[in-house]
Write a protein that binds this ligand. Structure first.
Ligand code: C2O
Length: 349
């Protein structure tokens, strides 16, 4: 039986860990109007648009594209925080699904979309709807999220546009000592050091390459292990290698002091605009894995994966339910990734 979307009315206080391992309460239930029965509509993927949204590398955006993105984000930040489109509300969705605001349907187990095969599809949908909301707000249905291209030599720093304190893309809760350094994908991670004196940039590329070669055509290793209704994913045993890589990026961006605001903790991670560029890149690495390693083969030919379901707000403020099988082809979803060189495939420049 697949993990299904929760009974929304059952949303309760979530919690996040602090440095003592304690549980701090956090309220992140969505602002549904529960005074009347909630209408949840099965989501119909819009007919393929004439023009696909093209997600581009954040460090290569034109000034016009940066301004457009900044404008869209600032609109969402200006909305009342209980508006379905507001930036804060979008961040709460992540908190709700990831910090335990819901029980699984017919179960006392908490719903958790990390640490398993649900990780990639859930986040794909999450940024998909956010992208459509941003486009809707600025009246531009070609709007696309940028991706943080940290798998390319020139893309490993925080993209500039996120560092201007007067921009809506800025977030004060980041580790400033990392602002002018290339990311270290082995940061806070138990990986043996590479050969002595390896250039950190080349070490990152080697590490990403290793994820692809070590997991090979076995999606469980790359994407995460099965979790089914009533199951609780185990973060150490069931996360895929791509998710583990992804955790490092969160830790690199967030503050060092617990609770590691914003990016370093599930409940606050999506309050940072970089979250979306980070997840666009994770989503992109999934598409690369799929096309290069699996070809036309389904990632998991398993009904408990294909029928796993979630709910989101769409760009028309409707509460919609989606299933994993609806998100397996990004062109059908109306977006593509700009083709940039895949630098981790080759050893040396
Ligand atoms: Cu839901 Cu990058 O985490």
């Amino acid at each position: 039986v697949p993990v299904e979307y929760p009974v929304l009315e059952s949303c309760h206080v979530a919690s996040y860990p602090d440095e003592f391992g304690g549980n701090n309460p956090i309220q992140c239930c969505p602002p549904y109007d529960l005074s009347q029965p909630l209408k949840i509509e099965p989501y119909a993927m819009p007919a393929s648009p004439l023009r696909l949204r093209t997600r581009k590398a954040a460090h290569l955006l034109s000034q016009w594209e940066k301004d457009r993105f900044n404008r869209a984000i600032s609109e969402t930040k200006n909305l009342p925080s209980d508006h379905p489109w507001s930036f804060m509300q979008q961040a709460r969705i992540h908190c709700a699904y990831c910090s335990g605001a819901y029980n699984q349907r017919n179960s006392d187990k908490l719903l958790q979309v990390h640490f398993s095969w649900l990780f990639l599809p859930w986040h794909r949908f999450y940024i998909y709807f956010f992208e459509r909301i941003l486009g809707k707000i600025i009246g531009d249905d070609s709007f696309a999220l940028p991706f943080w291209n940290y798998d390319a030599r020139d893309g490993m720093m925080f993209p500039d546009m996120y560092l201007n304190p007067s921009s809506s893309l800025y977030n004060p809760n980041r580790n400033r000592s990392h602002f002018r350094l290339p990311i270290d994908l082995r940061y806070a991670f138990d990986l043996e050091d590479g050969p002595p004196n390896t250039d950190p940039v080349e070490a990152n590329l080697a590490y990403i390459r290793r994820i692809f070669t070590d997991s090979g055509p076995i999606p469980e290793l790359f994407m995460g292990s099965p979790v089914r209704a009533g199951g609780v994913p185990n973060s150490r045993l069931m996360s895929g290698m791509l998710e583990n890589l992804h955790n490092v990026v969160h830790n690199w961006v967030g503050l060092v002091e617990p609770p590691n605001l914003d990016m370093g903790n599930f409940f606050s991670a999506a309050r940072d605009t970089l979250f979306y560029a980070h997840h666009a890149n994770i989503d992109r690495l999934w598409t690369i894995y799929k096309s290069q390693t699996l070809g036309n083969q389904l990632e998991f030919n398993d009904r408990d994966w294909l029928n796993a379901s979630f709910v989101f707000y769409d760009e028309n403020e409707k509460v919609v339910s989606v299933t994993v099988r609806q998100c397996l082809n990004e062109m059908d979803m109306g977006y593509v990734y700009e083709n940039v060189p895949i630098e981790y495939l080759t050893n040396n420049p």
